[in-house]
Design a protein around this ligand. Structure first.
Ligand code: NAD
Ligand code: IPM
Ligand code: MN
Length: 360
């Protein structure tokens, strides 16, 4: 029997609450299949760990993670530890050091998901956002000069390397070709007269190798507007790190809410493990009450199954999520229900047996 070794970092706030449900679902998939199993190893890293040890992870933390088939993460960041310390000490560090340069975020309206847009149908909201995940505005480069003085100047440098820009854009073209979908680049060349002019140029250059892929290019401000007004314009989308961050919270909102939106941080050449996590954060406003929606974490688990080559189970888990939303027996308050986090997880587990037959 095949064993997949998964490093689990539940993290902060609602992270541990939702990850527990994802693990339930993964274990159930393995049980139903019977040809593979999971070995989960949990790492207690996060803001509480920081309070005790003065660091976000063990000194040899990256080494510890390296041998796993994948990482499953809840959320990082909690009041008490400055966000830039906690995030750069754990989440962003892993993305960067494991060269997880592709962030795949499906913005897809499932049946039963609450959509705030009037008249939008399932066919209208079905996009795959491919966010650059290793550099750009998140390069961590900058300077803070003349601190506290009247001439104080702060620089935050966006870094767009030839290698980094080409590889994400090529990945997006390949994805669009494989799915037979259009590809939209979202940038801002009118104002960002170095980085985004370069981005647009690379988008065009790489596109010459993909004459079969229909392309569009939007400025990010207009793209934000079109995501609300005409989301059907977008199929596969490629964009920079910061724009992708913002647009996928917007995307989450139109596709049912942050409690439902999933993401995969992928190192495509598989030199390092990839990491699966909901788009949302630690939600301190609802943490500890057992009411967080676990469906985003469960959808991330579905992405994890796809990544491991268990696509049938990836599909079955997503269908189970959809069924749970359609039947409306157990949903958390953000979706208008009264169920607890674990009741929703249990419901997905129940739905999975039926959906796995359908997904066969
Ligand atoms: P957030 O995503 O945690 O919460 C935003 C809002 O959405 C809150 O009202 C919250 O209750 C709600 N929400 C989020 N997830 C939900 C769920 N599963 N079910 C129901 N409601 C949900 O964003 P924030 O409040 O801006 O950030 C809180 C902390 O999380 C910060 O420290 C931030 O840096 C961090 N953060 C971490 C990640 C990550 O680890 N990937 C992502 C985003 C934010
Ligand atoms: C996300 C988060 C992170 C990001 C933060 C917590 C650093 O918002 O995964 O979307 O900006 O990438
Ligand atoms: Mn974000």
């Amino acid at each position: 029997m095949k064993t997949y070794r998964i490093a689990v970092i539940p993290g902060d706030g609602i992270g541990p609450e939702v990850i527990a449900e994802g693990i339930k679902v993964l274990n159930r998939a393995a049980e139903l299949d019977a040809s593979f199993r999971f070995e989960f190893v949990t790492f207690p890293w996060g803001c509480e760990y920081y309070a005790k040890h003065g660091k976000m992870m063990d000194d040899d933390g990256m080494e510890k993670l390296r041998s796993f088939d994948a990482i499953y993460l809840g959320a990082v960041g909690y009041p008490g530890v400055p966000d830039h310390i906690s995030l750069w000490g754990l989440l962003l560090r892993i993305r960067k050091e494991f060269d997880q340069y592709v962030n795949i975020r499906p913005i897809q309206l499932l049946d039963g998901a609450p959509c705030p847009l009037k008249d939008a149908s399932k066919a209208d909201i079905d996009m795959l956002v491919i966010r650059e995940n290793s550099e750009g505005e998140y390069a961590g480069a900058g300077d803070w000069l003349f601190k506290g003085k009247p001439e104080e100047v702060v620089l935050q440098t966006g870094v767009f390397s030839r290698k980094g820009t080409e590889r994400i854009i090529r990945y997006a073209y390949e994805t669009a070709r494989r799915l037979n979908k259009s590809l939209t680049s979202i940038s801002k060349g009118n104002a960002l007269n170095y980085s985004m002019v370069f981005w647009d140029q690379v988008f065009e250059e790489v596109g010459r190798d993909y004459p079969d892929v229909q392309t569009y290019s939007y400025l990010v401000d207009a793209a934000a507007m079109f995501m609300i007004k005409q989301p059907q314009r977008f199929e596969v989308v490629v964009t920079s790190n910061l724009f992708g961050d913002i647009l996928t919270d917007l995307g989450a909102a139109i596709a049912g809410g942050l409690g439902l939106a999933a993401g995969a941080n992928v190192n495509p050449d598989r030199t390092y493990p990839s990491m699966f996590e909901p788009i949302h954060g630690s939600a301190p406003d609802i943490a500890g009450r057992g009411i967080a929606n676990p469906l985003a974490a469960v959808w991330s688990a579905s992405q994890l199954l796809d990544f491991l080559g268990q696509e049938r189970w990836g599909k079955a888990v997503l269908q189970a999520v959809e069924q749970v939303m359609v039947e409306r027996v157990a949903l958390t308050p953000d979706m208008g229900g009264t169920a607890s986090t674990s009741e929703v997880g249990d419901r997905v587990v129940t739905a999975l047996a039926a959906s796995s037959v359908a997904a066969k």
